[in-house]
Design a protein around this ligand. Structure first.
Ligand code: ZN
Length: 505
């Protein structure tokens, strides 16, 4: 057995993954704990680990083992074939890029990030444009190195969400857009507006206690994870040790709560991946969209529901008795489900959020097709924003420069957010069909049946399916925006008194 190439491959993959977890931990620490003047040493530590990580992932012995296993494919079982297929893909992506290209991009990432931050602060798009042009050129070259030279944007999409293509996403997004734009218009024309300014002076320590109670009850295992504070919330780490972060504001308790629930969704996925397969494709997440489906499902379908608040509202009031004294249940529920268009993606509610992604998807396609040059990007953005969001930004800082992604060359990433919303909704209806009385569970504070269902349907699968394949496998249907549109209508129609579905929640 010890001479068999398969266990040797697993050993190599786990070693490479383990190195990744060390740099992940240092990255987490950098954002949570690092003393202000210690960043130089941290940069050196990170660079050293990146170097070690790269040589572990690009170890020529992995290449030799893969070749041996590919030649004897007939004797491998289904799971082993899954591992070999993904390990090959990962190995090629690490080894086919010339070292000079990799270091050039690392430098560009760092320079472009600082250029972007400055350009955004000073509303100076032309200062950032050369960096973006360079990133675009490098994205094309990367696709070429990997054998996708004729379809660079498809490569960028597939990198984040295996199995997706520009054509598939275009079809899904057009159908979504056709249903979403009228829905947003109906909500906005409603005489019922979202309440504002309801929350003042929610002590941070108490917020921390409340959201710990919530996330623990949703099923996050704090013996294998933590929740800390950082400037931007994120979730880092895998199965054995998952680190989540949030941020607090005394006047925005729902912000910390929902961002923590969102990260908990990511954390539950990581904690649900089979621990014994950690570091191999059977113990890894499928891609960004599926990851996002887990965070969105807990954040939106579950935690914005009446049933969830039937259980948690009394607890919320118990934690904040004076602050919630004059707050009615209806006001609270409306604040939780407020729809208010904004120019800024990260501030958007769950309805209009998707429009921000449709906008970015259109822009990225135009860039990759060459229909729009980087120099013309601000005007293309503003035109698209007016057409899709119904608003034009007053400045590039609030428009084309608002997101960090492109400064890191992350093209093809934005669609994952919206695909994640669609997948979440489709899973939600399937879970409800499979688990009658699910919302009654929530109303009594029990989320275990839903988590168990997700563990079985999604988490335990590792990377056995691709993005579209897992949806088909679990729901028996192709991914469709129908479910997201249905969910949004069912949630928001009663709140905004649209049609005759008055107050039917
Ligand atoms: Zn997320």
């Amino acid at each position: 057995m010890s001479s068999s190439p398969y266990p040797k491959l697993i050993e190599k993959l786990k070693r490479s993954h383990l190195l990744g977890t060390v740099s992940g931990l240092l990255g987490w620490d950098e954002q949570v704990n690092l003393p202000t003047d210690s960043s130089d040493q941290r940069a050196e530590q990170m660079a050293l680990l990146a170097e070690l990580g790269h040589s572990a992932a690009a170890d020529p012995e992995i290449g030799a083992l893969l070749q041996e296993l590919e030649n004897s494919r007939a004797v491998l079982d289904g799971d082993q074939q899954t591992v070999v297929r993904h390990a090959r893909r990962d190995y090629d992506r690490v080894t086919r890029l010339p070292a000079a290209f990799v270091s050039e991009r690392a430098r560009l990432n760092s320079n472009a990030y600082h250029a972007w931050a400055r350009a955004r602060a000073e509303n100076d798009f032309p200062a950032f444009a050369p960096f973006l042009e360079k990133h675009l050129e490098m994205a094309r070259r990367e696709a070429e190195y990997l054998g996708w030279g004729d379809r660079p944007y498809d490569y960028a999409l597939d990198k984040h969400d295996p199995g997706t293509t520009c054509d598939v996403i275009t079809t899904l997004f057009s159908e979504l857009k056709a249903g979403l734009i009228p829905l947003v218009a109906e909500i906005l024309s409603s005489p019922l507006k979202s309440p504002t300014g309801l929350f003042r002076g929610f002590p941070i320590e108490e917020q921390r206690r409340f959201l710990r109670e919530v996330t623990e009850r949703l099923g996050f295992n704090y013996r294998r994870g933590r929740l800390d504070v950082s400037l931007h919330p994120f979730c880092e780490g895998a199965g054995a040790d998952v680190r989540m972060t949030t941020r607090f504001n005394e006047d925005e308790p729902l912000d910390a709560l929902f961002s923590s629930i969102h990260e908990t969704g990511h954390g539950l996925y990581e904690q649900g991946l089979p621990l014994s397969d950690q570091g191999t494709p059977l113990g890894q997440a499928i891609g960004m969209a599926v990851h996002e489906s887990q965070s969105r499902l807990w954040e939106n379908q579950v935690s914005r529901s009446r049933a969830f608040w039937t259980f948690f509202e009394p607890r919320f009031r118990a934690h904040f008795p004076t602050q919630t004294q004059s707050l009615s249940s209806d006001q609270l529920y409306r604040a939780i489900n407020a729809v208010e268009p904004t120019l800024i993606r990260v501030d958007a509610d769950e309805v209009t959020y998707n429009l921000h992604i449709l906008l970015r998807f259109e822009i990225e396609q135009s860039l990759f097709r060459g229909d729009v040059t980087v120099r013309d990007l601000p005007s293309a953005w503003n035109e698209c924003s007016a057409r899709i969001l119904g608003m034009s930004p007053p400045s590039d800082s609030k428009g084309v420069l608002q997101d960090v992604h492109w400064s890191g060359g992350m093209f093809g990433y934005f669609p994952s957010y919206c695909l994640g919303n669609m997948i979440a909704a489709q899973l939600w209806y399937k879970a409800n069909a499979d688990l009658p009385g699910l919302e009654a569970d929530f109303a009594s504070g029990n989320f275990g049946r839903l988590l168990g269902w997700l563990r079985h349907a999604i988490h335990s699968q590792g990377r056995r399916f691709d993005t579209l394949g897992i949806v088909r496998h679990v729901t028996g249907e192709d991914l469709s925006p129908r479910y997201l549109l249905r969910y949004l209508r069912e949630r928001y129609s009663p709140l905004y008194l649209m049609g005759d579905r008055k107050n039917e929640v």
